[in-house]
Each structure stands twice: as C-alpha cells, then as structure tokens.
Write a protein that binds this ligand. Sequence first.
Ligand code: GLP
Length: 262
Amino acid sequence: MEVIIQKNKAAAVSLAAKLIAREIRKKADLVLGLATGRTMESLYAELAVMHNNEGLDFSLCRSFNLDEYIGLPPEHPGSYRYYMNEHLFNKVNIDLRNTHLPNGVAEDLDGEGERYEERIEACGGIDLQLLGIGCSGHIGFNEPLSSLMSKTRQKALTPVTIAQNSPLFDKPEDMPKRAFTMGVGTILESRRILMLVTGREKAQILAKAVEGPITSMVSATALQLHPATVVIVDEEAAELLQEKEYYHWIFNNEPEWEEFRV
Ligand code: GLP
C-alpha cells in the first residue's frame, strides 16, 4: 500500500483524476470499478472536465459499481444508478450499455450477487477499482464483520452508515436499510486499487484502515493485503497517521510518482 498526502481536497482529487486518466490512456477498454458518495462527486466532475478539455476518451471503457441500494429503481434519485448517470455517465462519452451496477430491484434478488460476479469475470476482471471509505470503515457496503473473502451479496446496513448516508435522501427515512455490495474478496481481486479519502471526519477511520491491524471489523484494513493499492488523502484526513514523513518521502523520491509531483 502507498499513501500519498496532498495539501487539500482539491489537490487530492486532482491527483486521483490524473491517475485514472493515465490508466484509461494506457488501456482504452479499461474495466473501471466505481464508487459513490460525496467524496467522489468532485472527482467525477474533474474527469468530466478532462473529457471536455483534453479529450479523455471513455468510449471503450467498461464499469462496475461497488454497490446499489435494495428496493430502489434506477430512476429513484437516491439510487446509485441515478447518482452515476448524474455525476459521470451523462457527462462523458461512456456507452451506458457498458456500465454496470447490481440490480437493486431484481426479481431474483438471491441470484443477483452471483450474476454480478459473472459479469465482472466475463469482462476480464476489474483493472482499476476506485474506493472511498465510510465512517464504519466499510469499502463498498462491507459493514463490520464482512468476510475478507466475501463476494457480491446483500448486506444489512449499520446505524453508522444509515446516519452517514440518509441525509443524502430528500426524505432521510426513505433510505433503504439493505444494499448489494461487491465483497471484500471481489475488491481484492482487482488489479489496482485507488482509495480517495478527504476531510477531518475521516481521520480516525483512515488511521485504523491504513495503519491498524487487519480485521473484519474494519473492512478497509483488508486493502493491506492487496499488492497494488494507492491511498490518496488530504492533510485533514491524514492528521492521525503515524508515518506521514515516510509517505511524503516515498512520493517525493520514487520515480513512479515523478510525473505527478508539482
Ligand atoms: C457510501 C458508499 C461507499 C463510500 C461511502 C463514503 O457508503 N457505499 O462506497 O465509500 O459512501 O461516502 P462519502 O464520500 O459521502 O463520505
């Protein structure tokens, strides 16, 4: 795992966008794993700007989102399909037929997890998985005690997650209490992972995720097992990290990061 600390949210978002753009330019039919949440809104806005100004081409990209609420149809403003259309898909030239989310209103809810895994496999697996982190330490909706080998399935959401996400609904009580999520095992199978975390309110959970012991109580700690994970954070989120100086040194000296240093 590598941790890159940027001075503020804008710089963190901009670096994350540049890394994603580099991967798309290297492989036009990149399979992207996508995330939702407030943190990702400015990242998707930046990618849309890169599409408009620099011609960043999504036409051959495929995408799989981490999760979707159960019971919300795609046209519901609280659904993650709606979110993705609004924030990214309608703003770039991705082919909507190549964009995938678990179907939260599938007739056969029990089979949906397995079908989603099969679709990911049929595309050759995820090349670059984008992640945020929830206040419960979840990645996707892998709430505490999610098996570190889990695959896409239904999860009941914790009170912490419901408190974090319900303000995003016009009527907070409309937020579903269950969701489909890729498993921790699904996420660990992606070739590269990019986690973006900003803001002081994430400092405590980020320190646990990055520097704490691996535990299913904080599913993000499983990323420590992944061979190619980069965590981009702003100074506020990095506040409680113990090895900040070392992380800065790596970013400022390793040749891999040269093109991204300003
Ligand atoms: C939701 C998503 C997570 C995301 C989290 C962070 O819970 N399921 O994938 O990481 O939100 O949200 P925010 O960026 O709003 O803090």
